[in-house]
Design a protein around this ligand. Structure first.
Ligand code: NAD
Length: 256
């Protein structure tokens, strides 16, 4: 049990990568706060089912991570239940397509609001609690290979993930005196609901696979394995780093 009795918050945990991380953390002995986006019966059902099946005790908490007040309430709920917070995984994200010339303020604000502002507020409130506890902590952001490489028609998404890249490095330095490790995981193409349209379209799938040296999509469990490492004592001297989990995609794409 590598996370025995730790308390871990995972945002966007009712599906995909966040779900994989929450399940892995629970299997390793952590109490998990399973955050899900309000307003979706499917996600609420999934989060509640996860909480009911996890041991040790887990809770499902609805909160829109683009809203500070909802994040505050979520952290309060976590502290009321478990009394502390050791690990925060800022994973919630959206990835809608919109060509640059047509990008609206609404689109920009939605993507940056969830992916970057949400990660900022969740990590800030989590870090304040960790500093108060005085025993260090772990903060992990789910970034993307697009914190580094361009993705035409997804300018807002790239801006949000590029922002995470340097925000994480800055926070890592500022929180070093408090022994809080701060790192990014940068997934490549992972088989989650976010990629369902590509997975369901044979032509698009073939195009996507041709860019991945490993020749397949990654699985949420493969991202969760890296998250577990970064959340564990094994990563005690790792901070300010991005871990790519991409089957070599980054190097293939940048090769032409
Ligand atoms: P997903 O759609 O299954 O998960 C995203 C989660 O974020 C969902 O549970 C969704 O409800 C939640 N979410 C969205 N808006 C929210 C909000 N306002 N408040 C709270 N929760 C909200 O897709 P995924 O692939 O598991 O994505 C998880 C993270 O991984 C995202 O940050 C995404 O950008 C990143 N990522 C995914 C891939 C991939 O190939 N799947 C690649 C790189 C990065």
């Amino acid at each position: 049990m590598r996370l025995h009795n730790k308390v871990a918050l995972v945002t966007g945990a009712s599906s995909g990568i966040g779900k994989g991380i929450a399940m892995r953390f629970a299997n390793e002995g952590a109490h998990v706060i399973i955050n899900y986006r309000p307003g979706s019966a499917r996600e609420e059902e999934s989060a509640n089912a996860m909480a009911a099946s996890f041991t040790p005790k887990a809770i499902a908490v609805a909160a829109d991570v683009s809203k500070r007040a909802e994040i505050e309430q979520m952290i309060d709920a976590a502290l009321a239940e478990f009394g502390r917070l050791d690990i925060a995984v800022c994973n919630a994200g959206v990835c809608p397509e919109q060509p640059f010339l047509e990008t609206t303020d609404e689109h920009w604000n939605q993507v940056l609001g969830v992916n970057l502002y949400g990660a900022f507020v969740v990590s800030q409130l989590a870090a304040r609690q960790m500093v108060k506890q005085g025993e260090g902590g772990k903060i992990i952001f789910t970034s993307s290979v697009h914190e580094d490489i361009p993705y035409p028609r997804y300018t807002a998404y790239c801006a949000s993930k590029g922002g995470l890249r340097l925000m994480m490095r800055n926070i890592a330095i500022e929180l070093s005196p408090h022994k809080i490790n701060v790192n990014n995981i940068a997934p490549g193409a992972i088989a989650t609901p976010m990629n369902q349209a590509v997975l369901d379209n044979p032509e698009e799938l073939q195009n996507a696979l041709s860019e991945i040296p490993w020749g397949r999509f990654g699985m949420p469990e493969e991202v969760a394995a890296v998250a577990l490492f970064l959340a564990s004592d094994d990563a005690s001297y790792v901070t300010g780093s991005t871990y790519f989990v991409d089957g070599g995609l980054t190097h293939q794409v940048t090769a032409y």
